[in-house]
Design a protein around this ligand. Structure first.
Ligand SMILES: C[S@@+](CC[C@H](N)C(=O)[O-])C[C@H]1O[C@@H](n2cnc3c(N)ncnc32)[C@H](O)[C@@H]1O
Ligand SMILES: [Mg+2]
Length: 953
């Protein structure tokens, strides 16, 4: 795959990309033009002859003085550019590695660069470093005009690649750079390096007065001084992380002020970390260089020793920075930038500190992307692009890699031709996920496509693996699930999420035994390279056991590690007060919910509250674990318009403080025993696409037509007992109560407890409220709901007059659907059985109308074209022929007759009904009814709700 390929190349030569080499050679004479191209994609809907626009792709043409090249098409602009550059290099016969400078050449270049930095020309340039040079001229006393070497190391990006050539270990020992800069300066007669113990460089002869005059006047520096907030992170874990105020006067050099706060005389003794967070950030750690900084001034250039600092490691700062920080440190966002000669500064609050802390974990990155730290959770499953909210798994994985200073993840996608789905359903060997939700695997162990599955291929399916590398290109982990998806994007997102979930689990308990680690790796199909992994990713957490000492209020810290992981808080959902009338519109798995919520800190037993997080409209997909478990549990009990309030124990304090805008107030609260109060209102429920289609395209909606169809049969048959197999949340049973029928006993069975409890609520209120003697449901004497699988037999359901099984079988694996057929007709033996399931052939019509009705959402459009099944929970959908064959053979086996019908559309018109229905009727066998009464009792279901009419006295 193209994307994988170009990334792999970047790995092989991390020093210079093809584009960088072209730039070195041609500078501005190389001109790149990127154009967006549209490539028609198959819509995956048989019979629908409309080609649709796929996701954007890019092609890049690179023009050089003598020739030009055009790249292939790529999903990312930058990949297209790199590809064009690579093609140009090949044409020029340049082998990148042969062309990069040798260590000696790099060293010579570095010396020239240091010399240039102290030239008159550079002083007047607009460059962050020249702003430092100018500011240094305002320093008084001995340090006047001297520039801390650490400033040169962080502000001048130019020599970065030179350092890497001179000594690749600078990647993991960034402060080594300072040694090289000092050495380069020491060799230049026009520069003076500071005596031992200080790390600064200045010009031997002062700049000419007019150069100073013109340059320094560019810096306004006149304004009243600057005040900014920073964070003080003591090295000792006994001491709390605190905010501090930095005041910079217009006269001095800001780094001297920071130095003084660190207890140093001036900035020449300060070390500065790389930036934290986004690329444009100026947020860095400042800390004291050791008394005698171990400069290696020896002549052996390539083997400059990596000295270890003598001082104690600041574990909290090091963890956030991903770079070793020693002693007490200050985290501040201040510095000179490319944009302006004046000092840039921004407050770093306690909240931002805690946000940096939580962004080290995958779930933290997700929570931040949703701005829902106390409500959101990294989902367990990637279902569809349209239902996902927040950053996509692939992006989160990239952020995670950046956070931990790893290379960008390397994906390789493979595509295989596969059979069409109708063929798939008859061949169990090969299955492909229609959406990311349904993962099915090749039976073939070695992952190769099964030989007899290959040749028929009309479509492709995709599998994706991903590898994470350290900056030094050590493989850290790889994940290669043997799972195939219809869409390339689903494959990429799903493998990313798998890695993220695995990492999250690992981070939750990094002290797990080797055995447990193996299990974890197995669950997530991840192969860890333990040595590299622990070195790069968890070193800080595992090596340094330390306490989260800011824990206040007499609450004992639970572990002696940083507590950045989410605690699972459980509550008793049945005791939650839900307010407002039941509108009957409730969530089910796969539906998109929109809630309004707020979370506050409350002191136990008191009324005071401190608001931590609130959102007017927050959307998430039900059933994927996209929110904290108790929130999902509570919402599953609610219907649209209802509100609820519940309390949970405190999660980790880091999460609370990352959410709190007013940290001081939050900390004050936390000094007493607290809990969190969640208030939620369920605003909207958007049904999964199938239900939406059924409602939008059929009048009355298809579900209503199915109910009416069943009622018709009940009336005609005079049935007095009915069992609804796979009753779900009771839509059929509830609707039946609106019609006058002869029914006396109604029973529902389902495996979903959530749906059953919803069904119980609705049925209960409808049956008890309706005491009116003329109410249509007056005939009903008893109603029962059972928790159980309809493939299991339970003698209590034997011999009912009528059985219904509406839109259920397609939610089971095909063999289970066949098993159900046999169990129901051989053992339950209802007089009549009605089974409905989608007609696969009708999807063409649904998809056509879907295209026009959802024009406004291009994402959804793409989605709807390629999802061939109506609902991503469907395990199969049958054509009329397949359904007829199944039902006819079943009927013959068990002495039933069968007739076919349906709702939505019509029998005579292609492609038949939208929902196809089979009505089985038991052939009369003399003595059969009698026989059943003597059968043994087999109770496999659990009655979870029962209602009996109290007869009037
Ligand atoms: C799409 S819903 C249909 C619900 C209901 N019949 C209706 O028409 O509204 C499918 C239902 O089948 C249930 N189901 C799937 N497999 C089942 C099994 N083996 N036993 C019982 N119920 C099952 C699911 O829990 C879900 O409630
Ligand atoms: Mg269905």
């Amino acid at each position: 795959m193209e994307t994988g390929g170009s990334l792999t190349q970047a790995i092989r030569k991390p020093t210079l990309t093809p584009k960088a080499i072209i730039h070195q050679k041609f500078g501005n004479k190389a001109s790149y033009k990127v154009e967006e191209i549209e490539e028609p994609t198959q819509n995956g809907c048989p019979g629908l002859a409309i080609l649709q626009k796929g996701p954007s792709l890019y092609r890049c043409s690179l023009e050089l003085p003598d020739f030009s090249v055009v790249s292939g098409s790529f999903k990312k602009k930058k990949d297209a550019e790199q590809c064009a550059a690579q093609m140009a290099l090949e044409k020029l016969g340049i082998r990148p590695s042969a062309d990069s400078p040798t260590a000696e050449e790099a060293w010579t270049e570095l010396i020239a660069r240091v010399k240039f930095i102290f030239s008159n020309e550079f002083l007047s340039a607009l460059h962050p470093l020249s702003s430092h040079l100018k500011a240094a001229l305002r320093r008084v006393g001995d340090v006047n005009g001297s520039v801390p070497a650490s400033v040169i190391a962080i502000c001048d990006g130019k020599p970065n690649y030179l350092f890497k050539i001179i000594n690749p270990t600078v990647e993991s020992h960034p402060f080594l750079v300072i040694s090289y800069i000092m050495r380069a300066a020491a060799g230049l007669p026009e520069l003076v390096v500071s005596p031992e113990g200080e790390l600064s460089i200045r010009k031997k002869d002062p700049y000419l007065p007019d150069v100073i005059e013109s340059s320094v006047s560019q810096q306004s520096g006149v304004a009243e001084g600057i005040t900014t907030m920073a964070i003080y992170i003591p090295c000792s874990l006994e001491k709390a992380v605190e905010t501090m105020i930095l005041n910079f006067s217009s006269a001095g050099y800001y780094l001297d002020v920071i130095a003084q706060k660190l207890g140093l005389s001036d900035a020449n003794k300060v070390l500065i970390s790389r930036t934290i967070g986004k690329a444009s950030s100026e947020t860095r750690f400042y800390f004291a260089a050791p008394k005698s900084y171990p400069l290696d001034m020896s002549s052996d250039l390539l083997n400059t020793k990596v000295f270890t600092f003598g001082g104690p490691l600041n574990v909290r700062a090091s963890y956030i920075c991903g770079q070793d920080i020693y002693g007490d440190s200050i985290l501040a966002s201040i510095g000179y930038t490319w944009k302006c000669q004046d000092l840039f500064h921004e407050d770093v609050t306690l909240q931002s500190y805690y946000r940096m802390l939580i962004s080290k974990t995958p779930s933290g990155i997700y929570k931040l992307s949703r701005e829902a730290i106390l409500a959101a959770e990294l989902p367990l499953r990637f279902t569809t692009r349209i239902n996902w909210r927040g950053s996509f798994p692939r992006e989160i994985l990239s952020s995670f890699c950046r956070q931990h200073w790893l290379l960008e993840p390397v994906f390789s996608i493979s595509s295989f031709p596969t059979k069409t789905s109708s063929e798939l359903s008859s061949n169990k060997k090969v299955k492909v996920s229609e959406s990311a939700e349904q993962e099915t695997e090749y039976a073939n162990e070695n992952g190769a496509v099964d030989a007899d599955a290959k040749p028929v291929g009309l479509e492709s399916s995709f599998t994706c693996e991903v590898k994470l590398y350290s900056k030094c290109q050590d493989l850290i982990l790889e994940c290669a699930p043997n799972v195939f998806y219809k869409k390339q994007n689903d494959a990429v997102q799903s493998v990313s999420l798998k890695v993220l979930s695995g990492l999250n689990a690992y981070f939750k308990d990094i002290d797990i035994s080797l055995e447990e680690q193996k299990q974890l790796a197995n669950i997530f199909d991840i192969k860890f390279y333990p040595q590299n992994f622990s070195k790069e990713v968890v070193s800080c957490l595992s090596v340094h056991n330390f306490q989260d000492n800011e824990t206040l209020g007499g609450k004992e810290p639970e572990s002696n590690k940083i507590n950045i992981l989410d605690d699972v808080v459980e509550i008793d959902v049945s005791s939650i007060d839900i307010e407002g009338p039941d509108s009957g519109v409730g969530p089910s798995n796969g539906s998109l919910l929109c809630v309004c919520y707020s979370v506050s800190l409350v002191i136990k037993g008191e009324l005071q509250k401190e608001l931590l997080e609130s959102t007017e409209e927050f959307e998430f997909e039900m059933g994927t674990g996209a929110v904290i478990p108790c929130l999902e549990d509570v919402v599953s009990q609610m219907s649209v318009g209802q509100s609820a309030c519940f309390y949970t124990d405190l999660p980790s304090q880091d999460l609370v403080l990352a959410a709190a805008k007013d940290s001081a107030n939050a900390l004050a609260f936390l000094s007493s025993p607290c809990c969190l109060e969640y208030s939620i209102i369920l605003l909207r429920v958007t049904e999964p696409p199938e239900d939406r289609m059924e409602q939008a395209l059929f009048s009355p909606p298809l579900s209503k037509q199915r109910v009416e169809y069943a009622v018709q049969h009940i009336k005609e048959s005079g049935a007095t007992s009915l069992v609804d197999f796979g009753c779900g949340s009771g839509s059929l049973l509830e609707s039946l109560l609106d019609y006058p029928t002869s029914l006396e006993t109604i029973v529902g069975v389902d495996i979903s407890q959530k749906s059953l409890s919803r069904a119980a609520k609705v049925l209960h209120s409808k049956l008890t409220m309706n005491s009116d003697p003329d109410a249509p449901c007056r005939s009903i004497k008893s109603a029962v709901l059972y928790d159980g699988s309809i493939t299991d037999f339970d003698s209590r359901l034997c011999g009912f007059d009528l059985g219904t099984c509406l839109e259920v079988i397609e939610h089971m694996e095909e063999d289970q659907a066949c098993l159900f057929g046999d169990v129901v007709l051989s053992s339950f033996r209802p007089r009549i059985l009605i089974v409905s399931t989608p007609n696969y052939e009708y999807n063409v019509i649904l998809q056509k109308s879907n295209l026009t009705s959802q024009e406004d959402d291009p994402e959804e459009k793409i989605q709807s074209q390629s999802c061939k099944f109506r609902n991503h929970d469907h395990k199969f959908e049958w054509t009329r022929e397949q359904f007829n064959r199944w039902a006819s053979e079943l009927a013959v086996r068990h002495n039933y007759s069968v007739e076919f019908s349906g709702v939505g559309g019509s029998a005579g018109l292609e492609p038949g009904f939208a929902s196809q229905i089979a009505v089985f009727e038991r052939a009369f066998l003399p003595g059969e009814d009698h026989l059943q009464e003597h059968e043994d009792s087999t109770f496999q279901y659990k009655a979870i709700w029962e209602w009996n009419r109290v007869s009037p006295l």
